[in-house]
Design a binder for this molecule. Structure first.
Ligand SMILES: [Zn+2]
Length: 127
């Protein structure tokens, strides 16, 4: 089994800037996508405290980027060829170095939508 791991980190300054709408510079072009994720998932972010919201946006960003990996022709073609390949979404905290599985691990095109739904509903033990 081959595995692709998309790994993010809590306390991300880029995600913080996207959450606050802070202008930093050239990196704003990449943060635009994080702001889109914030808008798309605002219903689950809104009730959280500020620090929980920053943590959750870090997690949601990893999940969405892992989805993008699944949508590449490279992964699609591998799955079409029946190659055993799993895409994971993980996150870690610099403060304790512990990895958290974000419950996103599809191994086929057919599994990606359900894996995405599951990951969006899942809250890692950190919160
Ligand atoms: Zn970062």
């Amino acid at each position: 089994m081959r595995e692709i791991i998309v790994c993010g980190h809590y306390g991300c300054g880029g995600v913080r800037a996207a959450l606050d709408g802070t202008k930093i510079g050239l990196i704003d072009n990449w943060l635009r996508h994080v702001q889109d994720i914030k808008s798309r998932h605002w219903a689950q972010l809104e009730p959280l405290t500020d620090s929980q919201r920053a943590d959750r946006l870090c997690e949601l960003n990893v999940i969405e980027q892992a989805m993008h990996v699944c949508d590449t022709t490279i992964v699609h073609d591998a799955w079409t060829r029946q190659q055993p390949l799993v895409v994971h979404a993980w996150i870690y905290a610099l403060t304790d170095g512990r990895l958290h599985d974000l419950a996103f691990s599809p191994s086929s095109v057919a599994e990606t939508a359900a894996a995405h739904r599951r990951a969006l509903a899942h809250r890692p033990s950190r919160q």
